[in-house]
Design a protein around this ligand. Structure first.
Ligand SMILES: *Cc1c(COP(=O)(O)O)cnc(C)c1O
Length: 445
């Protein structure tokens, strides 16, 4: 056997193995300068594609303030920083530890949270911290199932399962996209979970966190709100205020609607949980926690403190306008009788007519219209996701407004319904996108 077949990942799908093999063949050689040049060219091509020539409608991404982004490349991030400010293991940290102090205080201010943990690598790890602070392996939790947007970190393959938790679904009412509170109460009393997790990767409408808390209190369970996607709106005082409504814990990613560097946060109202999370962060799961990323996060929080309300309002207004425009184009927007299409920056389309969520997304991507599939509580699509998810956070930061949404809907409909070749729509996408190249809702000093 040659070394190539030894290192081939036999468990990967064949088409992925093919892509990897082709890229290795064209990009790798013994000429290190050639590899260096190729890597730089890839970065340039990626940024041109994503930041300039595509309409980014993937709810799970955003553009970052260039001033925050610049901090990610500083030497600050290379320096480890272990222990509490005022008593760091390393010497010379008297400036750095103040960055940590300020960032944490700004996060607490942003979310009106008594406690915040910033030494968290990602939203997935934030959920692991929350589970570790509240559960022992073998304990039960309840979480949204995939068809209600429940995230893999709540499930067997992710943080919850890897930590050894027994996972049960939060019962839901599909027709109303709500938690079925009567069944949740019965199941909670029967299962006595340690944690009830609320929210997930698609949040069209707020959830009744107060009612979940009342049910949790009957068995002494903790309530965890996963704000990976909604944190950017919650920061602006929109959508809902999970901690004020009764969640003991709120986790989030910081690179989705939040618009910051890739990272995670854990907020809590409970001193008891905050102390456990502090020790999970250090000495538990981090040593160096990347001060460069921490400083970038502080600048992203300043953006949200300054502009978060207007940003959240336009994200939501854009989603409403896009939802209406897509429906007018005849696209099957997921709509709830009496509630409408959305109260957030998210929208969902039924994907069955387009071959499934990922199949449709791959077709749209060829037209530079970027989004992803999602699970919806409707009929399944064999071999694919049954929904398409849209988020307006990135196009909002690029300056698009409700008046622009008819054109976005038209471009989507030309690929999805009009059966135009994506390559034919692509130049029109690039042309339209050209007018939106300046970031809004970022502080420029
Ligand atoms: C994206 C997401 C996460 C994971 O966040 P990362 O920062 O990417 O690790 C966790 N929970 C939900 C609901 C998500 O959508």
């Amino acid at each position: 056997m040659d070394t190539r077949s030894d290192s081939a990942k036999a468990w990967l799908p064949a088409e992925c193995r093919q892509v990897i093999e082709d890229a290795e063949k064209t990009l790798l050689s013994d000429d290190l300068d050639r590899i260096d040049t190729a890597l730089h060219a890839l970065v340039e091509a990626h940024e041109l594609h994503m930041d300039i020539e595509s309409i980014g409608l993937n709810a799970g991404t955003n553009v970052i303030n260039p001033r925050a982004a610049a901090l990610l490349g500083r030497s600050l991030g290379n320096r480890p920083s272990l222990g509490y400010p005022g008593d760091k293991y390393e010497m010379g940290m008297e400036h750095a530890e103040r960055i940590e102090i300020v960032t944490e205080a700004l996060v607490r201010r942003l979310f009106n949270a008594p406690f915040a943990e910033i030494r968290v690598g990602s939203g997935a790890l934030a959920n692991l911290y929350a589970f570790m602070a509240t559960c022992r392996p073998g304990d039960r939790i309840m979480a949204f199932p995939p068809e209600m947007g429940g995230h893999v970190t709540h499930h067997r393959a992710g943080a919850a399962g890897l930590y050894g938790l027994e996972i049960h679904p939060v019962p839901y009412d599909a027709a109303r996209m709500t938690i079925d509170l009567d069944r949740l109460r019965r199941e909670t009393i029967r299962l006595r979970p340690k944690v009830i997790t609320v929210a997930g990767s698609l949040c069209l409408f707020p959830y009744d966190v107060g009612a979940v808390r009342a049910i949790a209190d009957e068995v002494g369970a903790w309530v965890l709100y996963d704000a990976a996607h909604m944190a950017g709106l919650i920061a602006g005082g929109r959508f809902q205020a999970p901690l004020a409504e009764g969640a003991h814990l709120m986790t989030c990613s910081t690179y989705k609607a939040f618009g910051g560097p890739p990272s995670g946060l854990v907020m809590t109202t409970e001193a008891e949980l905050a102390e456990r999370i502090d020790k999970i962060a250090y000495p538990g799961l981090t040593a160096n926690f990347d001060l460069g990323k921490t400083a970038a996060l502080a600048f992203s929080v300043l953006d949200l403190l300054a502009h978060g309300v207007a940003y959240a309002d336009i994200c939501i207004a854009n989603a409403r306008a896009l939802g209406e425009a897509m429906a007018a184009e005849g696209l099957p927007v997921h709509t709830i009788a009496g509630r409408g299409q959305t109260e957030s920056h998210h929208l969902a389309l039924h994907a069955a007519a387009f071959g499934g969520g990922q199949t449709a997304s791959k077709r749209l991507a060829k037209a530079n219209l970027l989004l992803c599939g999602i699970g919806l509580p409707i009929a399944e699509v064999a071999g694919d996701l049954n929904g398409i998810r849209i988020g307006t956070q990135e196009i909002t930061r690029w300056g698009m407004e409700p008046k622009d949404m008819r054109q976005v809907a038209r471009l989507l409909a030309r690929v999805l319904k009009g059966n135009e070749a994506p390559g034919q729509v692509r130049p029109d996408v690039i042309r339209f996108r050209r007018d939106f190249q300046t970031l809004r809702f970022v502080r420029a000093v």
